[in-house]
Ligand binder design. Structure first.
Ligand code: GLA
Length: 395
């Protein structure tokens, strides 16, 4: 869990590593996605929110043109001349230790996006401390990217708005890290608001703040981290993305966003069963996001449970990205009284979310913990998340 002192850890690490005081700390949150999974890179709709867990970075400028990074979550420190970033990314990224590709990739993408030559900005020392659980499907990566982006943009005086900062984060993830992800996580981390979700059209990048009203309805949003770790740089994530692109090409549309439920009958005739089911997940998931936004405003959060459950079933059966631990988490949460539950994030591990009355959270926690033990799964980590503000300079 984030304690108020993750910022303090970043500052302490800074002093220990560099023997100097930082000029400030900046931070960005992880995210949970309420609904809209694997729709972002299909130009579709998503409804994520930033969580209270944040990654903090302490920073000070340097007199030369070197960028140095250290973190509390990896022993390796890296230093690179800013003028070398262009040669490293994307082709020689393997020369950089994996965790450092995130902040260095953001530095590279920010300079490119703002058209700033590397020799026109000061070098920087950065020290990171993460309060976002890593590998839990809560986007610890977007939190590092977001913290780096706001810290560097301010120090370098770059005129980039929040969407441009999110895009730099995504570019780092795609090209410097090599994970073919969409824009959802970075937008959520950059634009998050307290007690609200961000409704995002991933084609236009238009956003709308959607009130969640969990507090007023007496509901909690519980995260069940299965501890099954996953990586989106390899394997399943890229395969799913490729299947979506194949499906769109067969249907003759730029992206699956352009299909409606009425097109599915024709899709079933034109493509193999696996591709069709991948397409059906995305097309129906887009509709579920729109329905969730509508229900939240018309009836409130207690009304969205069936949509969450349908989303999980679609990911389990059509998109095939769930794992037994996630299914057990969802089924047990529902049996323990959750209004709705689903896996959140890219899948193949990570976390499930459950929406449940506050006075039943303990019952859910006990039931899920017991069900995992009975199945021989690792002990899950279960905690409540609160929709929170996006990336910012710390006070
Ligand atoms: C990961 C990616 C996102 C998105 C989700 C699935 O979190 O980083 O871009 O594709 O998976 O919805």
């Amino acid at each position: 869990m984030t304690t108020p002192d993750t910022a303090g850890s970043a500052r302490d690490l800074f002093r220990r590593s560099y023997g100097a005081e930082p000029v400030g700390t900046w931070s960005a949150p992880g995210r949970a996605n309420l609904i809209g999974e694997h729709t972002d890179y299909n130009d579709g709709f998503v409804l994520p929110f930033a969580i209270q867990h944040r990654t903090h970075v302490a920073l000070a400028p340097r007199g030369d043109g070197i960028i140095r990074v250290v973190s509390t979550f990896d022993d390796s420190a890296v230093e690179v001349p800013l003028s070398d970033l262009d040669a490293l990314f994307p082709t020689r990224r393997d020369e950089v230790v994996e965790w450092a590709r995130y902040p260095l990739g953001v530095a590279w993408a920010l300079l490119a996006a703002s058209g700033t030559p590397a020799d026109e900005v000061a070098g920087v020392d950065l020290a990171f401390a993460s309060g976002v659980p890593v590998g839990a499907g809560l986007s610890s990566s977007a939190a590092i990217e977001g913290a780096t982006a706001v810290a560097l943009a301010e120090n370098w005086g770059l005129e980039l708005d929040r969407v441009a900062l999110a895009q730099a984060g995504r570019r780092a993830e795609n090209e410097a890290v090599g994970a073919p992800t969409g824009i959802m996580d970075q937008m959520a981390s950059m634009l998050g608001r307290a007690d609200a979700a961000i409704f995002l059209d991933c084609r236009s990048l238009d956003t709308r703040v959607v009130d969640l009203g969990f507090e007023a309805a007496g509901l909690d949003l519980v995260v069940i981290d299965t501890r099954v770790s996953h990586s989106h740089s390899t394997g399943g994530y890229g395969d799913r993305r490729a299947a979506c692109e194949r499906g769109a090409a067969i249907m003759g549309v730029p992206a699956l966003r352009d299909l409606s439920v009425a097109d599915l009958a024709r899709a079933a005739e034109l493509m193999d069963d696996v591709t069709f089911r991948r397409v059906r997940h995305v097309v129906t998931e887009d509709q579920r996001v729109l329905a969730t936004v509508r229900l939240l405003s018309e009836e409130g959060p207690a009304a969205i449970g069936d949509l969450l459950v349908a989303s999980h079933a679609s990911m389990r059966d059509d998109f095939e990205i769930s794992v037994p631990e996630l299914d057990t988490a969802v089924d047990t949460a529902l049996a323990a009284g959750a209004i709705g539950a689903r896996m959140t994030g890219g899948g193949f591990g990570g976390a499930a979310i459950a929406l449940i009355a506050r006075d039943r959270v303990e019952r859910l926690t006990d039931a899920v913990t017991a069900a995992f033990a009975a199945s021989g799964f690792a002990r899950p980590s279960i905690f409540t998340v609160t929709p929170s503000a996006g990336a910012a300079r710390d006070a």
